[in-house]
Design a protein around this ligand. Sequence first.
Ligand SMILES: [Ca+2]
Ligand SMILES: [Ca+2]
Ligand SMILES: [Ca+2]
Length: 292
Amino acid sequence: MNNLIKSIVILAMVIMMFGCEEEVPDYAADIVGKYIVESIYSSFWDETIDLSALPLEDAFFVEITRDELKTYENDEDRCLDTYTIENDEIDGVTETSILFSDNTEMDYNEVSGKLRIEDDGDIILLASYSDAVPPASWTNPTLLTNDTYEPNNDITHATAIAAGGTVQNHYLAACNDLDYFMFSANSGTHYILETTSPLNADLDLELTLYSASGSEIDSDDDSGTDYNPSLYWTCQTSGDYYFLLDGFWDDEVGYYSVSVSTSTTLQRASSAPEEKKHRNVEKMRLSDLLFN
Ligand SMILES: [Ca+2]
Ligand SMILES: [Ca+2]
Ligand SMILES: [Ca+2]
């Protein structure tokens, strides 16, 4: 055989050899990615905990590379630029399991586009996440992304709220979040500034009303339901007015609703300053259940 034919024969044999070899599926490629924890079923508590509505600073993240499964948890004090990360070294990925170098494994499968991981009876449901992990606010508390109205931490960034009873849903975040609001008021009209928080929420808000020049007009702490403030006020001069909602204590966090309503007749008689409502024990953090 001349050299050309020899080369073609060798090439053909090489192609046949590799062609016949069974291809090992790249299972790892199916699960590599960044995820946000959507729910956790705890076999110990026999309870599924829905985490899908948590603000980013309270959420949990998982990042899977070919070598590692990393779990991210923000520190309890959201005001620090630190967080906790746990690395589990991955040895291999089969069709159903992630094998770790410490000889443990977790089963996985896909459920409606989510990655479902089972670990010793606990079930963690992960949704794909495309933004930075950990979120920027974990290392820079000024970037807390607690609700869509942020930033509104000063009067110049106040959230506009219509004085027609529209209810806005907000979140008071850690690190001394301040939520400023602005509404237009008419002389002679009565206004009711009202807040509510979900049942059993451990949230104690206070409200301060300001004029456009920033001078304090009135304030309230607990006149509403639970520990929520509400304020009855009659406008003397038409114009823009501002109010601040912040936590009575430094560690207040949680969802609340706020509205500004008008009334031509309703005006609550002013009462003497009330006593501060007594609060019960602190609520336990979710991560105390999950990671300890
Ligand atoms: Ca807020
Ligand atoms: Ca704010
Ligand atoms: Ca209060």
